[in-house]
Design a protein around this ligand. Structure first.
Ligand SMILES: Cc1cc2nc3c(=O)[nH]c(=O)nc-3n(C[C@H](O)[C@H](O)[C@H](O)COP(=O)(O)OP(=O)(O)OC[C@H]3O[C@@H](n4cnc5c(N)ncnc54)[C@H](O)[C@@H]3O)c2cc1C
Length: 393
């Protein structure tokens, strides 16, 4: 498989030469730590400002990472991915919201996206963020075992109802719902909520999936605890495994409160933790369904080797590989080409509302010089290959 990951032509067949050149420029910028650090700060502080020139620049910069401003605009991305055997799931990537009416609007959007997904084989999953259904402080209070006042109890009931209504629709329409993981300070509350939903909706198969961030020291422990509950209470555990996207934020929060960071002390520890979780899930597919959300080649190769070892069919619907739109396309397309289940996370929405998501991607890319450089080299090699072919003609 490692050799296959170097097969550029099949990995980039879906990209025009113009798009490849744009990606090279973008990843070159991201691979330069100084430029990308300044860029991320500018994006965070001024990204919401709606100046025509700035919007044009943002669209140019972030075009590969999002599908457009409306559901309709996603259509061409979904079709183009599907033509290469890659599935999609659509995310209305609006973050940092705080009013009841915004939470309701988001819930309606998730429901609409579930129904939309059910009309095509190209979109097997839907996705939601806990804080798109309720305020962060509610999750944090429950997490810290603090009691809620009457107003908060009513608000929490609404959060549960928003989740339940989405799960209900997901079940009725045969679409699975992934619940994202966010900050550690709200994760125990999220786990409890999503496990309750699994008890209700995952009786015959995984409809609802929780996310486990394996950069957390307690990630594997929580994964096993959830699995034990699934065994004891006879439901299927749906789980998305990721390394985790809030590293800097978590370190700052821990530092501010004089606590030790909940995150593994090194990248290699996170890698070991992630790979152990992959191993655990693949070994227990009798009652676990897993989505591997990662751009890490080594982890993907490990998963494939384990599937071989346990004689699991490549297209077994209990195991999906997943990458973000515009990132590690070569991994997604090659895996799909080899017959594995692959699904791309496809965000869309108004540009100013997408800023927190895009800033995380830019931060992530600049923080992981290794992966970004690998991506850049792959893109440059493909461009060279195409130029050579054109010259030979
Ligand atoms: C489909 C999909 C869904 C996702 N959903 C979520 C989600 O719900 N919640 C969420 O938080 N993230 C989510 N992510 C993002 C994910 O958590 C990672 O940030 C991102 O994928 C990069 O990790 P990687 O596995 O691709 O591999 P790599 O590029 O190999 O790893 C980078 C990651 O390693 C960890 N890391 C880096 N340096 C260190 C260090 N010094 N010490 C300890 N750990 C370190 C960090 O988690 C960093 O993001 C998702 C990613 C994908 C592809």
């Amino acid at each position: 498989m490692r050799d296959n990951f170097n097969n550029h032509s099949s990995a980039f067949a879906h990209r025009s030469t113009k798009e490849l050149k744009q990606l090279v420029r973008l990843f070159w910028l991201l691979s330069n730590p100084r430029i990308s650090k300044i860029g991320v700060q500018l994006l965070k502080h001024f990204g919401h400002i709606q100046l025509p020139g700035l919007q044009h620049l943002q669209r140019w910069l972030f075009h590969p990472f999002y599908a457009g401003t409306s559901l309709q605009a996603c259509e061409s991305t979904v079709v183009s991915l599907s033509n290469s055997g890659v599935h999609s799931y659509l995310n209305y990537a609006v973050e940092d919201i705080s009013t009841d009416s915004e939470f309701d609007t988001n819930c309606e959007m998730v429901q609409k996206l579930i129904v939309h997904a059910s009309k095509t084989n190209d979109i097997p999953f839907s996705v939601c963020k806990p804080t798109s259904f309720g305020h962060k402080h509610l999750f944090q209070k429950i997490n810290a075992k603090q009691s809620l006042n009457l107003e908060e109890q009513i608000a929490w009931k609404k959060v549960i109802n928003r989740f339940r209504s989405c799960c209900q629709i997901a079940q009725e329409h045969g679409v699975a719902l992934l619940v994202d993981a966010e900050e550690y300070s709200m994760q125990i509350a999220t786990d409890q909520l999503v496990l309750d939903l699994m008890r209700e909706f995952n009786l015959n198969k995984a409809v609802v999936y929780n996310t486990v961030q394996l950069y957390l020291v307690d990630g594997n422990h929580r994964l096993k605890q959830m699995h034990m509950q699934a065994i004891q209470q006879s439901f299927y555990l749906g789980v998305k495994l990721v390394r985790g996207a809030y590293m800097e934020k978590e370190c700052k929060i821990a530092h501010k409160h004089g606590l030790s960071s909940p995150i593994c002390t090194s990248k290699s520890e996170t890698d070991m933790s992630f790979n152990a979780a992959v191993d655990y899930c693949i070994k227990h597919l009798t009652n676990i369904a897993v989505v591997l959300g990662s751009h890490n080649e080594e982890s993907m190769i490990q998963a494939i080797n384990l599937m071989d070892q346990y004689e699991i069919k490549r297209n077994d619907d209990r195991i999906w590989f997943s990458q973000l739109l515009g990132m590690s396309d070569y991994i997604s397309f090659i895996l799909a080409n080899e017959g594995y289940n692959v699904v791309k996370f496809v965000p869309f929405g108004p540009m100013d509302k997408l800023i927190p998501y895009l800033a995380r991607r830019a931060e992530e890319n600049s923080a992981i010089a290794g992966q970004t450089t690998r991506e850049l080299v792959q893109l440059q090699n493909e461009l060279k290959r195409r130029t050579r072919l054109a010259n030979e003609r």
